[in-house]
Every structure is written in structure tokens, then in C-alpha cells.
Ligand binder design. Structure first.
Ligand code: COA
Length: 317
């Protein structure tokens, strides 16, 4: 029986930091409101000309270093993003050209904030099936490019960054299970237009925040229960929750439903903001590099986003 395990993690944040007090000068908001309602204190914003693939490449090279692998070892690339460099070729292909692993499958997954969860699930399946040996799952975003910087309800939330995980085959599980879902009937609650649909030309992120909030909290706790039940595990078995970093209140509500103390939850939202598909791999890499998440520990990753789409993964690190 072949499983996949995490061989290495990596992440990258652009240099420029935008604080809440910077935002006070841009829109009608306050540091206090942003902290209280979202938990966000600062976020990183890509430099002019810096693209999603630029950020991803840095994260991927860090993950490869951590795993002791070379770019040419990679044989599968699944790239979650909502903010691709081009309509096509996709970001996976653009990254592949930079890494030099010509010929291996490379594609992007556009499932908004759960893009990394979808990428991870696919990478896991290919490794388990014996069709890939070194599979990259990536989440990278330059959401600042699709943020309306005059709209206070969204400008304070979204940010840029990238995270990556390299999977390799293992005789012991690693990734115990992944669970993916979508419900397209919520398509109008959170979206970015500017595609080929002439009825939705507004490119900036459009969201009914409080409605999204309610569905996110109830969906995420169900998603966590689903992953634990599939593995016949109790909530107490979890060492770490590595949640999507959209809003500290959503994370706290999820942890409460799980009876999990906040000390066992990786939170980076205060420093990263909501980086959509990049959020979970960024938090995971922070958890690993800070020494919190240790080899052998059990962690649950989850994300929820536009669509709606959502997913979870139960992983023995
Ligand atoms: N600064 C100050 N006031 C603001 C503001 C800002 N940046 N943004 C909105 N407000 C105001 C609103 O205009 C509203 O004012 P009103 O009562 O006079 O109409 C008030 O704050 C409350 O707005 P509401 O949207 O109900 O606030 P909220 O407590 O739901 O918090 C979010 C807003 C967006 C932070 C919150 O709903 C959220 O995080 N939602 C989920 C977002 C999410 O997870 N999205 C991505 C999923 S991946």
C-alpha cells in the first residue's frame, strides 16, 4: 500500500507590509474595527510587477530545500490560485518552465480559497496511485490585483502570498484522507468577475461578508467532523488545526465547536490577512518552521471559499 507524506513545506510573503493604520489613510476604517471584526493587524502586498508565479516559485524552492530535493525531481504540479498571471498558459505550466522539470503534468485549480486543498487532494491521489513520486501542491495569490482599494468592506481583508508542499511516497500514511466539496448555488455571495461573462464585468472581489461568515462557520465544522469520522478518530486525537485564515472570529468559532484550545490552532491571519489559496500552506509552513508542528503529530487542514468550495485533509506530519 502506497501513501503520500509531506516531504517539505515552503512559503513566501512579499516584502511590502500594509498595516491597519496605512489602511486608515486609504478608506473610512479604523485599526480597532479591523482587529475586532477580523483579527487582522497587517498583511503583505506584492510589489509592482511581482506576479503570483513569482511568489509561488520562491515558496516552491523553499519547500524543495526543506525536502532535500531538486526542481528536476518534481513530476507533478497542482497549482491553486484565483489570481493567475495569464488566462493561459496556466500558472502550473509557467512555474514548471522556471523549475525546468519539462514534460511533467502541470495545471492550475481555480477553486478560490480552497484551491490548495483541491491541489493537495489531487497530488495525494497521484502519489497514492503510483503515478507521481514528487508532487507539488501549491497555493499562491496576488489578491491585491483584484481588490477594490476604495471598498472598505473588502480592502481590509485580502492580501498576497504563497505556500507549497512537496509530497512523496511513503509506506506509512502521511495524508490519511482528503475531503472536497462545492455548492455552486452560493455563486453570487462571493465572486470576482471580468471573465467572458459580459453580465459580470466587475473584477474586484465582491462579497456579502456577514452571509459568507455564517455559512463558513457551519460548513467548516461539518467538514472537520467528516474528516475525523472517515478515520474513526475523536476530536481529542488532533494535535493541530491548520485552518483557512480568513477571519480570526471564524477560526475561534471553529475551534470552539471542536473543543480545541486556541493554543492548538495555527493562526497567521493577524500577520497575513486572507491570502485565499495561499492561506493554508502559509499557515502550515509557519507551523512547521516555528517548531510547533512536529513529525508524527496529527493535523487537520481546512479551507472554505468562493463558489462555495471547501475541503479538509487529515494528515500525520
Ligand atoms: N471599517 C469600518 N466599518 C466597516 C468596515 C471597515 N473596514 N467594513 C464594513 N464596515 C461596516 C459596515 O458598513 C456595517 O456598517 P452599518 O452597520 O452601518 O451598515 C458594519 O461595519 C457591519 O458590517 P458587517 O458586514 O455586518 O460586519 P461583520 O461583523 O460581518 O464583519 C467581515 C465583516 C467581512 C469582516 C465578516 O463578515 C467576515 O469576515 N466575513 C467572512 C469573510 C470571509 O471569510 N470571506 C472569505 C471566505 S474565504
Amino acid at each position: 500500500m502506497i501513501y503520500s507524506r509531506i516531504a517539505g513545506t515552503g512559503s513566501y510573503l512579499p516584502e511590502k507590509v500594509l498595516t491597519n493604520s496605512d489602511l486608515e489613510k486609504m478608506v473610512d476604517t479604523t485599526d480597532e474595527w479591523i482587529r475586532e471584526r477580523t483579527g487582522i493587524e497587517r498583511r503583505h502586498i506584492a510589489a509592482e510587477g511581482e506576479t503570483t508565479v513569482d511568489l509561488a516559485e520562491r515558496a516552491v524552492r523553499a519547500a524543495l530545500d526543506a525536502a532535500g530535493c531538486k526542481p528536476e525531481d518534481v513530476d507533478f504540479i497542482a497549482f491553486g490560485t484565483t489570481t493567475p498571471d495569464l488566462w493561459f498558459p496556466n500558472c502550473g505550466v509557467l512555474l514548471q518552465a522556471r523549475l525546468g522539470c519539462r514534460g511533467v503534468p502541470a495545471f492550475s485549480v481555480e477553486t478560490a480559497c480552497s484551491g490548495f486543498m483541491y491541489a493537495l487532494a489531487m497530488a495525494d491521489k497521484f502519489v497514492r496511485a503510483g503515478e507521481a513520486r514528487r508532487a507539488l501542491a501549491i497555493g499562491a495569490e496576488t489578491l491585491s490585483r483584484i481588490t477594490d482599494w476604495t471598498d472598505r468592506s473588502t480592502a481590509v481583508l485580502f492580501a498576497d502570498g504563497a505556500g507549497a508542499v512537496l509530497l512523496e511516497p511513503s509506506t506509512e500514511p502521511g495524508i490519511l484522507s482528503t475531503h472536497l466539496h462545492a455548492d455552486g448555488t452560493y455563486k453570487d455571495m462571493l465572486y470576482s468577475g471580468g471573465g467572458t461573462d459580459a453580465r459580470k464585468t466587475r473584477r474586484a472581489i465582491t462579497m456579502t461578508g456577514n452571509e459568507v461568515f455564517k455559512v463558513a462557520v457551519s460548513t467548516l465544522s461539518k467538514s472537520i467532523d467528516e474528516a475525523l469520522a472517515a478515520n474513526h478518530l475523536e476530536r481529542s486525537a488532533l494535535d493541530w488545526l491548520v485552518p483557512h485564515q480568513a477571519n480570526l472570529r471564524i477560526i475561534q468559532a471553529t475551534a470552539r465547536k471542536l473543543d480545541l484550545p486556541m493554543e492548538r490552532v495555527i493562526t497567521t491571519v493577524q500577520d497575513h490577512g486572507n491570502t485565499s489559496a495561499a492561506s493554508v500552506p502559509l499557515a502550515l509552513d509557519y507551523g512547521v518552521r516555528s517548531g510547533k508542528i512536529q513529525r508524527g503529530q496529527l493535523m487537520l487542514l481546512e479551507a472554505f471559499g468562493g463558489g462555495f468550495t471547501w475541503g479538509s485533509a487529515l494528515i500525520r506530519y
